[in-house]
Write a protein that binds this ligand. Structure first.
Ligand SMILES: [Zn+2]
Length: 161
């Protein structure tokens, strides 16, 4: 009996295929910029993130993970940082566009697990607000959006803030 090879099955027609993707991003901390993580601002932060868009590094990493899982390249390819259309862009809106691209591929997000590396401010007081904001943007239950935080223990560029 002939066996069906996975390579013969269009990827998105294969039943219950679960894909995973990894995303990574970093932005420089500077004075005079807002700190926005997962769509939530930290108004008391001394420093904010430098970037062409709103520099929401957490949302950017999630976008890259989703694009990776979908085989759709990376955030720079979809939203070039020399394109004025994305100047100061709300990264959650970019995430919305990525969800549209995933939907066109008949893919949907089922879970997010993210780790934010930073020395300060502490993420914990705003963790649930971030989870709620991302869950809303991703049309997921909060329990399906996990956000963890870690410091650099004074080491490396995270340790230097
Ligand atoms: Zn970024």
């Amino acid at each position: 009996m002939p066996r069906t090879r996975m390579s013969d099955v269009p990827a998105n027609d294969a039943p219950s295929v679960t894909r995973s993707g990894l995303g990574w991003d970093s932005h420089r901390l500077v004075a005079g910029r807002p700190l926005i993580l997962g769509g939530v601002s930290f108004p008391d932060a001394e420093l904010g993130l430098e970037g062409h868009s709103d520099a929401d590094v957490l949302t950017h990493a999630i976008i890259d993970a989703l694009l990776g899982a979908a085989g759709l390249g990376d955030i720079g390819g979809h939203f070039p940082d020399d394109d004025d259309a994305h100047k100061d862009a709300d990264s959650l809106k970019l995430l919305g566009q990525v969800l549209g691209a995933l939907s066109a591929e008949r893919l949907r997000v089922v879970h997010i697990d993210a780790t934010v590396l930073m020395e300060r401010p502490k993420l914990a007081p705003r963790r649930d607000a971030i989870r709620d904001r991302l869950a809303q943007a991703l049309a997921l239950d909060r329990r399906c959006v996990n956000v963890k935080a870690s410091t650099g223990e004074g080491m490396g560029f995270v340790g230097r803030r």
